[in-house]
Design a protein around this ligand. Structure first.
Ligand code: MG
Length: 359
């Protein structure tokens, strides 16, 4: 079973409400979608969002990386030679992790289809359902409180609160949301690199002194501020999760060895796909560091690939895969079932997506 054709398309899906973080505001998912066809006619799907402020990837760069570099290198390769395909994929062009992730997941989709198994069973098969949080965009306090209450009413038991734009003012946001949702809802706080190390310790310390429990605080300081991450992790009790600080397996080793975070957020768009993400899982298992699976603004193809990967691995104890919940429509057929906070795998071979509207 050989790779015969790699086609590139595009999807545009409006969001229910604009997505706002300390880094950007976005009102629709506009992603590259790819279809890889094997010589026996089977197809695999992949997807990549242009998250320029985090990965450096744009719609144009993702398209060109796949069409001009990756596709010519992979055409004709045997789908069972995963190791060879991945060496070529990562060796034929530097960086471009989102383009690589789209191709990687389409290859794994085909590989699992060739084995006639759902992808999560091929990768480890730990469980068949995971629970995701829901992201609350950074907005004025009142709006964040009402969005949080709405999410709770929809059945979400874990909220991910975006902060990091106004320094110490974020204390009011977290406090007001905790008061509104009560103690049974888990709160994750994501500063998206928006605080200084001292601000982070002050904000998190204040929450701890007030008895306001947070499941974790994600990426408090700038991605490259290693010493800042170390300082925050050392001076607070709340677990610190490294997101933008960890793209590669090497980053994960450095962060864990340097005690610069307590948890690692794995995203396929940062690692360049499942093959590299599996390496981070292995490292995390060795050190006993739990991981979260996260996503960018992705629709059902990429999020479902991440969901299969997360379901496969016990070291992934948290999921932030709310992309499809933020989309106003679902343009795809098939895939895991998204039921409020639950993502339930089924036994359809591969990732399970049956078709995409752009092909
Ligand atoms: Mg994050």
């Amino acid at each position: 079973m050989k790779i015969a054709k790699i086609e590139v398309g595009e999807v545009k899906i409006p969001l229910v409400t604009p997505f706002k973080t300390a880094l950007r505001t976005v009102d629709c998912v506009n992603d590259i979608v790819i279809k890889v066809t094997a010589d026996d006619g089977q197809v695999g799907f992949g997807e990549a969002p242009p998250t320029a402020v985090i990965t450096g990837d744009t719609l144009g760069s993702i398209r060109c990386a796949i069409q001009d570099f990756i596709a010519p290198n992979l055409i004709g390769m045997d789908i069972f030679d995963i190791d060879g395909i991945m060496k070529k994929l990562h060796g034929c062009i530097l960086k471009n992790t989102s383009a690589k992730a789209a191709v990687d997941m389409a290859v794994y989709d085909l590989y699992a289809k060739a084995l006639n198994q759902p992808l999560y069973k091929v990768l480890g098969g730990r469980r068949n359902r995971i629970e995701t949080d829901l992201t609350i965009s950074v907005n004025p306090v009142d709006e964040m409180v009402s969005d949080s209450v709405k999410a709770m009413e929809q059945g979400f038991k874990i909220l991910k609160i975006k902060v990091g734009k106004e320094g110490l003012e974020d204390i009011k946001r977290i406090e007001a949301i905790r008061k509104a949702v009560g103690d049974d809802i888990a709160i994750r706080v994501d500063a998206n690199q928006g605080w200084t190390a001292k601000e982070a310790v002050k904000i998190i310390g204040t929450m701890e002194d007030k008895g306001i429990v947070m499941d974790l605080v994600e990426q408090p300081v700038h991605a490259h501020d290693f010493k800042g991450m170390q300082y925050v992790t050392k001076h607070v009790y709340t677990p610190i999760l490294a997101d933008e600080s960890v793209f590669t397996a090497e980053d994960a080793i450095r962060i864990i060895e340097g005690r610069a975070a307590d948890l690692i957020n794995i995203k396929l768009m940062k690692t360049g796909g499942i093959y590299e993400a599996l390496k981070i899982c292995s490292i995390a298992e060795i050190y006993g560091v739990e991981c979260m699976i996260g996503c960018m603004l992705e629709s059902k193809i990429a999020v479902s690939a991440a969901a299969h990967f997360a379901a496969a691995k016990g070291i992934i104890t948290r999921a932030d895969l709310d992309g499809p919940s933020l989309c106003s429509i679902d343009p795809y057929e098939g895939g895991p079932i998204y039921q409020g906070a639950d993502i339930i795998m089924n036994d359809t071979p591969g990732i399970g997506i049956l078709n995409a509207p752009c092909f």
